[in-house]
Design a binder for this molecule. Structure first.
Ligand code: GLV
Ligand code: MN
Length: 220
């Protein structure tokens, strides 16, 4: 009897642990680090660990990436996102964090997008930006702020957000941390109108309640 009750306790503890692991987005590290072996053929959720005896300081380092202004004229929205994730710094593997620099042209927009695997904490380092995020259905409430140099704003995980440089004369720059080694970016317009293969214009016309011609124009 005693034996079967301790077995049940053990089973309950294991189940609790397993369900906790299943809901946690980033498991707690089980060692000091697990530097990604980007060349391993083994597929796991994240990357397998490189042999720790071969790990060097360079696995946790990226040379002068974030101090340089980026070209904001290469696209029509006038912004440029430089993401440093686990592919750039293999030491980020399992640590649940990454960083991004965003450059905005005068009147540049970082268009509505979401990070499926991260919350974002955003700091303006140059200029003034209008930023916001929208809550999920049914409210779809917009939370927005004017942000000046040094201001910090949070975009909760999975919610659609954007930033717009309202200044027609000056560029702006922001640095963000994201709570994932590989946060992912889904740009709403691209997902809706530039999927491969395209979503049928019947479906999009119905979803957006507009004429199919407008959808064809947006897809083009
Ligand atoms: C800013 O929101 C970014 O993710 O680039
Ligand atoms: Mn973002």
């Amino acid at each position: 009897m005693a034996c079967s009750s301790s077995f049940l306790h053990l089973l309950a503890a294991l189940l609790a642990l397993a369900s906790w692991q299943a809901i946690a987005s980033v498991p707690s590290p089980l060692q000091d680090f697990c530097v990604a072996d980007l060349n391993s053929p083994v597929r796991v959720n994240g990357f397998v660990c490189k042999d720790p005896t071969n790990v060097t300081a360079d696995d946790f380092f990226k040379a002068a990436m974030l101090d340089k202004p980026r070209d904001t004229m290469a696209n029509k929205v006038g912004s440029n996102v430089t993401l440093i994730n686990v592919m750039e710094i293999p030491g980020l593997n399992t640590l649940g964090i990454s960083i991004v620099r965003v450059d905005y042209a005068p009147l540049g927009l970082n268009p509505p997008h979401t990070h499926p695997r991260a919350t974002e904490i955003f700091t303006v380092v140059e200029g003034t930006l209008y930023a916001g995020f929208v809550t999920s259905n049914p409210d779809n409430k917009l939370f927005s702020k004017m942000l000046n140099k040094g201001d910090v704003f949070v975009f909760p995980k999975g919610l659609i957000h954007f930033q717009f440089n309202l200044n027609p004369h000056k560029p702006a720059v922001a640095i963000s941390s994201l709570s994932g080694q590989n946060p992912g970016i889904i740009t709403i317009a691209n997902a809706a109108f530039k999927s491969k293969p395209p979503i049928s214009d019947d479906i999009l016309a119905n979803a957006f309640q507009v004429d199919k011609k407008i959808i064809d124009m947006l897809q083009a």
